[in-house]
Design a protein around this ligand. Structure first.
Ligand code: DAH
Length: 380
């Protein structure tokens, strides 16, 4: 009988002393010994393999073999009872029911112990180094902007912000644009209505600042600007600029040149050649453009790659790259804001952030700035 009962229990199963799980184990075992040696053997072995189950899976497997509702050893033995002679039936039935209940208790105790072990394993170990959370970072354009603001702050400039949705009068009129100037053309400007536009540059900030504040003033105007342009690798219909304005007595072109030079040395490299050439902007007189030597071709206008030598694609062979517009504030602009151009003088400059970032990092495509693809953003 012992052989039949233990036959379906795998002899390779790990065993452990059930005493820790079931304090009454020894007493129960002794009680079964006096009742039925075969049942005592079944209970002893069953309790040991349940107590020794290494994990929840093994415990479930052993529970099924012992107490499973269809093929469990105890279930099958109970089903055999009617075949026994009546005088044996009673004692066996009582013994089997005890085995069933006690094995069930050992099983439950082992399951609980395993759960506790699992919880303890998952508990917080405060001595482990922390997991570093994923950190964002400033957008590459914000980095360039902040670096510029820092630089100009060091030169005594404060930040002044003005609306992106701007009066035509501020975007153009008070900046001395002639009424038929091509920049007012509907092809370049987003009109909200005939008097209101999306600002096409950050220069209208000076007009607002000069109407609000009294000279002397030294201000920078960072912000987003809009132009109705066809999109390509270097054009988008929105981008970023920083303008600067310095108004005081006796401001000269020499002050402007020194400021622009400081800018170029800090943002590019100290020995990168620059040049200042005349150019027309309605709001400055004289107006200039500052170029830096092309970094891609090092001022030769030619580059060579695997296919051979060719014209530099960055400067288009001109050896120079335009970085900003600047000039001495036009007397008409001073008059438009009620500042006497006989008493006050000033210079102004304006630059595009995308162009600076693209030049510095070799970014080939302006649309990347707005796509918010982290594979691009996390490179900076
Ligand atoms: N606002 C001009 C533009 O967007 C750039 C510019 C030129 C700004 C000369 C200035 C300046 O402040 O003095 O094209």
């Amino acid at each position: 009988m012992t052989g039949t009962l233990l036959g379906s229990l795998d002899p390779a199963w790990s065993a452990a002393d059930p005493a820790a799980l079931s304090p009454g184990h020894a007493v129960r075992l002794a009680e079964l010994e006096t009742l039925d040696a075969a049942l005592a053997a079944l209970y002893g072995r069953g309790a040991s393999v349940l107590a020794g189950a290494p994990d929840a899976g093994a415990l479930r497997e052993r529970h099924t073999a012992l107490l499973g509702r269809e093929r469990g050893v105890v279930t099958l033995a109970l089903a055999e009872l009617p075949k026994l002679p009546p005088e044996q039936r009673r004692a066996r039935g009582r013994g089997l029911n005890l085995v069933k209940r006690w094995l069930g208790e050992v099983h439950d105790a082992r399951r609980e112990a395993l759960e506790h072990e699992r919880e303890a394993a998952g508990a917080l170990d405060v001595t482990l180094p922390g997991r570093r959370p994923w950190l964002g970072r400033p957008h590459v354009l914000a980095q360039v902007r902040d670096e510029l603001l820092d630089l100009f702050h060091g030169l005594g400039f404060s930040v002044y912000t003005s609306p992106e949705v701007e009066l035509d009068e501020y975007n153009f009129g008070k900046l001395n644009f002639a009424p038929d100037h091509p920049a007012r053309d509907a092809h370049d400007t987003y009109f909200v209505n005939p008097e209101v536009v999306l600002r096409t540059h950050t220069s209208p900030g000076w007009v607002r600042a000069m109407e609000e504040l009294k000279p002397p003033m030294r201000l920078v105007f960072p912000g987003r600007v809009y132009r109705a342009e066809a999109t390509d690798a270097s054009h988008m219909d929105q981008f970023h600029q920083i303008d600067g304005l310095y108004v005081d007595r006796n401001v000269s072109m020499a002050d402007l040149k020194a400021t622009l030079h400081t800018f170029a040395r800090a943002i590019y490299r100290a020995d990168l050649p620059t040049r200042i050439i005349p150019i027309y902007f309605p709001f400055v007189e004289p107006g200039v453009q500052m170029d830096v030597q092309c970094v891609r071709c090092e001022g030769t206008g030619r580059v060579s790659d695997a296919e051979g030598e060719k014209r530099c694609p960055v400067c288009k062979g001109t050896k120079w790259v335009e970085v900003l517009g600047a000039g001495m504030v036009h007397p008409n602009v001073f008059r438009a804001v009620g500042i006497d151009p006989e008493e006050w003088t000033g210079f102004a400059f304006g630059m595009g952030l995308e162009r600076i970032a693209m030049g510095r990092h070799g970014i080939p495509e302006i649309r990347l700035f707005l796509e918010n693809d982290v594979r691009f953003l996390r490179q900076f």
